[in-house]
Design a protein around this ligand. Structure first.
Ligand SMILES: *Cc1c(COP(=O)(O)O)cnc(C)c1O
Length: 381
């Protein structure tokens, strides 16, 4: 990555990562697996308070393995948040199943319990229930799990918590990723901590995690020769990358405070601009503030793209909010349940009016204020 450009979120090493990597080199534990992988799994599990974890090469692989464990297969349906990154639902297709998308609610922009209920009711009428529900914790904030869990429990359908963006966030005191049957984290380069690329699946179901580790290392039976009774995958994280992860974990809390400071600075600085609203923070939890996101009021003369282009002139990256899955050309034909009494979908409305602002923890205060000034200039402030 270039030095001059200001990013939405880019890798930010804490200082200890290299010594973990050096140790991997010194012991020639470059691959496969190894002590850093074990250490990284234990450290994440103990941080979030869950029984077991498997380090994988991506968050996408982690979602795939969760779906496979829940026996999602050809012709099944799976509910998934619509307002998210495509990796939340692509693995549903890998298994030959069909995603059905659920709208957002205004409180947190996450899966709307009402729309979820409606989807369940209709599917039940048609005598088909989803095999799983993928609930995304968007931009570092938890969905409203009390309500969502109650609905899913009623139909006895397990939740996969896509916490790729929300490591370290909390919902009513519980760590994000620990509420569903499975939780999924990503350590991709833009996430709150990174291993350059990587992911993790966590669960209190130790049997499940053991099985997922087996599938993720090519499903080799315990024989002297290579024997396979099941379909395998090459999905495990390398020992070198897990070393980076262990170093990054040491600065997770620091990154969260820095991200929160960025969010709070935007909030204060924009408080007198009527056109701008910050992404809402629901009272039930504490986000990790991964990205600071704003929406512009419908009547605003300045549009999201104007701000993005203006920042681009200064070599500053800003982006539109995730384009909802139900609007994607690839998923256009899939069913979508929108929140009632809302003309267009809430997810679509957020997409039309939202902007992800630079939230890189390497930004100095001076640079952050410069970003803010470029935006304020758009509103003649
Ligand atoms: C990043 C991300 C993923 C995928 O994680 P990778 O490690 O990049 O495969 C999944 N879901 C969401 C919501 C994400 O933001």
């Amino acid at each position: 990555m270039g030095e001059k450009r200001i990013y939405l979120a880019s890798p930010h090493m804490g200082g200890c990562e290299e010594s973990f990597v050096k140790n991997a080199f010194e012991t020639n534990w470059i691959a496969p697996l190894g002590p850093h992988v074990d250490g990284f799994e234990k450290e994440v599990a103990s941080l979030v308070g869950i029984k077991s974890a498997a380090a994988l090469y991506s968050g996408t692989a982690a979602i795939h393995m969760a779906l496979k464990y829940l026996n999602v297969s050809k012709g099944d349906i799976v509910f998934c948040s619509s307002l998210t990154f495509s990796a939340s639902c692509n693995p549903i297709i890998y298994e030959g199943a069909i995603p059905i998308f659920i709208d957002s609610e205004l409180n947190s922009w996450n899966m709307c319990p009402e729309a979820l209920s409606q989807a369940f009711e209709e599917c039940e009428k048609n005598n088909i229930l989803p095999k799983a529900v993928v609930v995304v914790n968007l931009y570092g904030q938890s969905a409203d799990f009390d309500k969502i869990t109650e609905i899913c429990n009623k139909y006895k359908v397990p939740i996969i918590e896509d916490a790729a963006e929300s490591l370290g966030a909390k919902y009513k005191g519980k760590y994000s990723g620990t509420i569903g049957e499975f939780g999924v984290y990503s350590f991709n380069g833009n996430k709150i901590i990174t291993t350059s690329g990587g992911g993790m699946i966590v669960s209190n179901n130790e049997v499940a995690i053991k099985k997922i580790k087996f599938w993720s290392t090519q499903a080799r039976d315990s024989e002297r020769y290579y024997q396979h009774s099941e379909l395998g995958y090459n999905y495990r994280l390398s020992n070198v990358l897990a070393g980076i992860g262990r170093g990054q974990l040491q600065v997770l809390n620091q990154r969260i405070s820095q991200k929160k400071h960025i969010y709070e600075t935007y909030r204060k600085q924009f408080s007198d601009i009527e056109e701008i609203e910050m992404m809402p923070i629901a009272k039930y939890g504490e986000p990790n503030y991964w990205l600071s996101v704003i929406t512009l009021k419908e009547w605003s003369k300045v549009k999201p793209i104007d701000i993005i282009l203006e920042l681009e002139k200064e070599n500053i990256e800003a982006r539109l909010v995730w384009k909802p899955m139900h609007l994607q050309p690839y998923y256009y034909k899939n069913k979508f349940y929108s929140t009632k009494n809302h003309n267009e979908s809430i997810a679509e409305d957020i997409f039309n009016r939202g902007i992800c602002l630079p939230s890189d923890t390497k930004m100095t205060e001076e640079i952050l204020l410069k970003v803010i000034q470029v935006i304020k200039n758009q509103f003649n402030r």
